[in-house]
Design a binder for this molecule. Structure first.
Ligand code: ADP
Ligand code: MG
Length: 232
């Protein structure tokens, strides 16, 4: 993708050019307000782009509505339907697409198993812990078997201990499914421990792109050095 975005006359994404390989786990990291969510929403089709181009595979998707893009997004506030069970929450998008009952079952069951939710399929969101809710939100994404997962600070509402455990779970999930993932966080430790590749953003531009150790050993500038935490 190579994109710009303004709200009114205010440029928020000032020209961001990122290539993501198939199967890669990429983390967009940067301080609050630097444009991470906006960029992710542009990928998802929830935000128009002011200039530039977004491609998924060979396909230019700029003009495609969110549901026409082969992506699934997981938000920080889970956005579960409170009146639906875990199974119904996970099945919802498939139902909308007109999937048969049998098809829904063959997708929901294994996803629930991967996420350790098999025993909780009949529960409602209010009967779940924060970590379990987060897993349901991931389950909703997994059942769609998308080409790309988008995560926007999925762990920021969890306590520190659970956050660390969920990082490992999300990584394991990625190793298992190998789905291309773009993951947003403002937490540099999360970025350093989870990413194949990190995109460091600052005020609507990309400061550096590289593997975690590369950024740590050879930060491109003082901002990256300060943010990633190496003493350059
Ligand atoms: P981040 O996710 O990195 O914290 P955002 O992408 O949410 O940053 O926001 C980037 C900038 O764009 C911020 O200055 C924010 O105030 C602004 N912004 C985000 N959404 C809107 C909007 N709908 N209208 C106007 N300004 C917005
Ligand atoms: Mg954000």
């Amino acid at each position: 993708m190579n994109v710009r975005k303004s709200f009114g006359t205010h440029p928020v994404i000032k020209g961001v050019d990122v290539e993501i390989a198939d199967g890669e786990f990429v983390i967009l990291v940067g301080p609050s307000g630097c444009g991470k969510s906006t960029l992710l929403r542009m990928l998802a089709g929830l935000e128009n782009i002011t200039a530039g181009e977004i491609r998924i595979g060979e396909k230019v998707v700029n003009q495609l509505a969110p549901k026409e893009r082969d992506i699934a997004m997981v938000f920080q506030n889970y956005a579960l339907y409170p009146h639906m069970t875990v199974a119904e929450n996970m099945a919802f998008s498939l139902k909308l697409k007109g999937a048969s009952k049998a098809e829904i079952e063959t997708r929901v069951k294994p996803a629930a198993e991967i996420l350790g939710l098999s025993a909780l399929l009949g529960r409602y969101p209010r009967q779940l812990s924060g970590g379990q809710r987060q897993r349901v939100a991931m389950g909703r994404a997994i059942v769609r078997d998308p080409q790309v997962f988008l995560f926007d600070e999925p762990l920021s509402n969890l306590d520190a201990k659970l956050r660390v455990a969920m990082r490992a779970e999300i990584k394991e999930l990625h190793q298992r499914l190998k789905t291309t993932t773009v993951y947003v966080t403002h937490d540099q430790i999360e970025a350093m421990t989870m990413a194949d590749k990190i995109v460091v953003m600052h005020d609507g531009v990309v400061e550096q792109i590289g593997a975690p150790l590369e950024l740590y050993d050879r930060p491109a500038n003082l901002f990256v050095a300060g943010f990633i935490g190496s003493p350059a």
